[in-house]
Write a protein that binds this ligand. Structure first.
Ligand SMILES: *[C@@H]1O[C@H](CO)[C@@H](O)[C@H](O)[C@H]1NC(C)=O
Ligand SMILES: *[C@@H]1O[C@H](CO)[C@@H](O)[C@H](O)[C@H]1NC(C)=O
Ligand SMILES: *[C@@H]1O[C@H](CO)[C@@H](O)[C@H](O)[C@H]1NC(C)=O
Ligand SMILES: *[C@@H]1O[C@H](CO)[C@@H](O)[C@H](O)[C@H]1NC(C)=O
Length: 164
């Protein structure tokens, strides 16, 4: 899973919006463009009964016809997963993590793969500190998804002009 986050340093670096706000150029502030594109990867390895050592996500709630070691049929519907995934700067699980993606998702449709996410990026590295909070629906079959950044306190040491 990869989440692209656009952050504007206008407005004293408040996180202006989700990607949808910026990429769809709503009329409110059409002049605002993202000044920085941040790319992070987080790696979700679901517990399947035999990978306790490297699983980063676990089904904690399953429907009556399912269980916690296999996703429910159909479409994982009603499985609730809690995760704590490493965040890396490239698409490599084994790269040094810059933080953890922590939260949960619940599969919420009976007729397609779709989930509702609520999680934070908690950064803890030399160059990245703080957290970003995300909430939103994720149509999992779509190549890209917009998820709202609903808040956060971040310090990225390389963000020029960031008022520390
Ligand atoms: C998880 O660990 C097992 C062995 O302990 C290994 O075979 C497997 O490749 C690992 N999975 C990932 C995604 O690293
Ligand atoms: C969980 O469900 C899967 C798929 O139905 C089944 O193969 C597995 O045996 C079940 N595991 C447990 C612990 O009940
Ligand atoms: C951040 O990393 C440092 C150094 O590895 C560690 O001591 C500290 O406990 C970590 N903090 C959090 C919140 O993970
Ligand atoms: C998912 O993709 C389809 C087709 O590209 C698009 O019509 C739909 O609006 C997307 N759904 C969401 C929630 O973004």
């Amino acid at each position: 899973m990869a989440v692209k986050t656009f952050i504007s340093v206008l407005f004293l670096c408040s996180i202006l919006s989700s990607t949808s706000f910026l990429s769809h150029s709503y009329n409110y502030y059409p002049q605002i463009k993202p000044c920085k594109e941040l790319v992070f990867y987080f790696h979700d390895i679901l517990y399947k009964g035999n990978n306790r050592n490297n699983a980063t996500a676990v089904i904690v709630g399953a429907p009556e016809w399912g269980n916690k070691t296999a996703v429910a049929e159909p479409f994982n519907f009603e499985d609730l997963v809690v995760f704590n995934d490493p965040i890396t700067l490239d698409n490599n699980l084994h790269s040094p993590p810059v933080g953890r993606a922590q939260g949960m998702y619940v599969y919420d449709q009976q007729n397609t793969y779709s989930a509702w996410f609520s999680f934070s990026f908690v950064f803890n590295s030399t160059e990245h500190k703080g957290s970003l909070n995300f909430v939103g629906a994720n149509p999992l079959l779509n190549k890209t998804t917009d998820i709202s950044v609903i808040g956060g306190l971040v310090i990225f040491s390389w963000l020029e002009g960031f008022p520390l």
